[in-house]
Write a protein that binds this ligand. Structure first.
Ligand code: PLP
Length: 463
């Protein structure tokens, strides 16, 4: 008889051991090789055809991945990967990611996912507590910040449409800042809303004052179309937290939905040294926080939190004849599908739950504070470096700096050389200095395994 694809045989046991060995080695390695991308044709030449009629066999496919393909990817958890927003999943979280896959739980409905959703909800309670939102506020894990922002914007737009018949006929309009993440702009396009950008103040921060001014300048029809304001709780480029309190006041007065995109910075709500910067976040109608950024979860895991879950459910819950079958009491409970854009979903909050349950929230606070500490230490070192200028004081865990006399191409070459030699990944960015946009460099500290020596060694390459 033909062997089933799922049959547990010796081959499968061996494969499982190989995979486990790889996983154990990888998560024990706190300084993995900084891989380099290659062109698709080059990779194809190296590994050959992998999808064939008969299959190439698990051993071969795994070998190709382990020995060739994974080396063409850049691990985000390398301690000297300080580009973009890196990540550093805990071992506990990564291990539970394997368990999440092996458990095959459908995470859309309580009926199928109760035990797993229970875990997600305990982790979510901690996130909600960090925000200071009132009793009744809650959230759900998403595939990332983009999906969380989209889910919140849809909830906001549907609420606005429900207010009166006129709104249903209008094209919606949302206000955000120049410093907002690109996902806000592209998700506005997805929901077919127009966008007005407010210029930030001199500190590159969206303030209540700038926002009010912009609203006052809108035409009557645009004012009617305006349904939401999106503020940022830690900009991706510089870690700047908008004036959430001032923005909240304006939103209240103008009766607008107030969303805070804290995809990157939201983790800093757990850091006592900077928590004050988020004053006013407890007034938000919705908040995005990405545990896969600075909360040590593996990809992918975002979260959207709502002040009023009913408004989210009005926008997102899906109806279908085949879905209305859950009769017994145990099947009645929290359905993640009701509060965000996805139906079938992985229990992506499960690794976060296991990691927090394992280590406790205090360890999370310490690990997040460490990112801020490293940013402050790097800033001090930059100030004392004869060839460097600190562009601004660190924003959360982001540090912007420039090398005296360097042009854009020098930064690109420096990044390239450090990456090619497998030493570090630190990329350039742009910032307005004395009225002109200049290419500079940027550190973003997420990984608590990054050391001061790592910083010293990177700065030494700028001598
Ligand atoms: C502030 C902010 N919002 C949203 C996003 C998008 O999140 P994701 O990449 O998880 O979709 C990012 C990503 O860096 C971000 O920094």
């Amino acid at each position: 008889m033909k062997k089933s694809m799922h049959a547990l045989d010796i081959e499968l046991v061996e494969m499982t051991l190989d995979v486990m060995k790889y996983a154990i080695n990888r998560i024990s390695d706190t300084s993995p090789e900084l891989g380099k991308p290659k062109q698709e044709e080059e990779l194809k030449a190296l590994v050959g055809e992998t999808i064939t009629d008969k299959g190439i066999g698990g051993e071969k496919a795994f070998e190709l991945f382990r020995d060739v393909l994974v080396k063409a990817a850049v691990p985000v958890d390398h301690p000297r990967h300080l580009a973009f927003v890196p990540a550093a999943p805990t071992r506990a979280a990564t291990l539970f990611d394997l368990i999440t896959s092996a458990s095959s739980i459908h995470g859309a409905y309580w009926m199928t996912g109760a035990g797993g959703i229970y875990c997600e909800n305990r982790a979510m309670e901690w996130l909600v507590r960090l925000t200071g939102l009132p009793e009744g506020s809650f959230g759900v894990f998403t595939s990332g910040g983009t999906a969380a922002n989209l889910s919140a914007m849809i909830a906001a737009r549907e609420y606005w449409r429900s207010l009166n018949e006129e709104n249903k006929a209008l094209k919606a309009l949302v206000i955000t800042s120049e410093g907002a993440h690109s996902s806000i702009k592209s998700m506005a396009q997805v929901i077919d809303a127009d966008m007005v950008l407010v210029e930030d103040d001199e500190e590159e921060k969206l303030t209540g004052k700038c926002l009010q001014q912009k609203i006052d300048e809108l035409s009557d029809i645009d004012r009617k179309r305006l349904f939401a304001v999106v503020a940022t709780g830690g900009t991706t480029n510089a870690g700047i937290v908008d004036d959430l309190e001032g923005i909240a006041d304006v939103c209240k007065k103008e009766e607008l939905w107030f969303h805070v995109d804290a995809a990157y910075g939201g983790a800093a709500l757990a850091a006592p040294s900077v928590r004050h910067l988020f004053k006013g976040i407890d007034q938000a109608d919705s908040i995005t926080i990405d545990p896969h950024k600075w909360m040590f979860s593996p990809y992918d895991c975002g979260a959207v939190i709502y002040r009023n879950m009913e408004l989210a459910a009005n926008a997102h819950s899906q109806k279908g004849a085949y879905l209305d079958i859950f009769k017994d009491e145990g099947a009645q409970g929290f359905n993640p599908a009701d509060y965000q854009i996805q139906l079938t979903r992985r229990l992506r909050g499960l690794p976060l739950w296991f990691s927090i349950a394992t280590h406790g929230t205090e360890k999370y606070e310490e690990a997040i504070e460490q990112g801020i500490h490293l940013a402050n230490r790097a800033a001090e070192k930059i100030k004392h470096h004869p060839k460097l200028n600190l562009v601004r004081e660190p924003g959360l865990s982001c540090v912007l700096f420039e090398r005296i006399d360097w042009k854009a191409k020098d930064y690109v070459n420096w990044t390239y050389d450090n990456h090619q030699s497998g030493f570090a990944l630190v990329t350039p960015t742009k910032w307005r200095i004395e009225g002109e946009m200049r290419t500079i460099s940027r550190f973003c500290f997420i990984n608590p395994d990054t050391t001061e020596k790592d910083i010293d060694d990177i700065l030494a390459t700028l001598n």
